[in-house]
Ligand binder design. Sequence first.
Ligand code: ZN
Length: 290
Amino acid sequence: MNSANPLVPGLSLNTATVREQWNLAQMIEACARHGIPGISPWRDKLAELGAEKAAAMIRAHGLSVTGLCRGGMFPAATEAGRQAAIEDNLRAIDDAATLGAKCLVLVCGGLPAGSRDLSGARTMVRDGIAAILSHARAAGVPLAIEPLHPMYAADRCCVNTLAQALDLCDEIDPQHAPLRNGASVAALGVAVDAYHVWWDPELDSSLARAGANRLLAYHICDWLVETRDLLLDRGMLGDGVIDLRSLGRRVRAAGYSGFDEVEILSRHWWSVEPDVVLATIRERHPACVA
Ligand code: ZN
């Protein structure tokens, strides 16, 4: 990296944070310029540039790819729909491999249209992940199940606590099989997102249970009081009520050794000049580190 700013080790930018202002090429250049050594693209941004070209550009700028967002969305009303979701996930795994991503993040999906069968949706999620795991292992890409706050159970993700995500991991992969021989991480694990799990009274026991081999990614932003939009009003680090320093310490104590990936879906921050957004992240991040 040839950065105009001092490097902030361990910091990664999830592209959702500035998705309305920049394309992926601009984000890659900006990370290097701001001394942010990690990036985690979403697939819409990746599609604009193409995985091969993006991978070359990310390498040329010396960045690590802390994840690819996102696979998942497994439940569907029909068998054909479920199969299409699986095929889309296989393509996502291939793109993650091209990028050298540390994981493919899975936002697993909610209820199929017209359905009230939550347990059925959860079974579809389990079956979908089971159907793609061998491809992920062959490609060398771990799958990270991201539990989402329960307010998203209907439309985005019916996996809603870290314990539930770990139950899924253990059901599909009871051996905690390493990604490859000697790998420190399992081929199936979890992405811990502060926004989704901070409230969970069982979080510490779940983090300890996940341990180094299932903890694949750590996403950070803040919970605003009040929250004005269920999806697009996430807070900048330090603007809300999550004790990010304590949470970061607990995630690391449980064995996580990867990046802090800043993922802020926010209409407010999408209206701000994107270099200011990145400068603010740089400035706020030290307070989130133990
Ligand atoms: Zn996340």
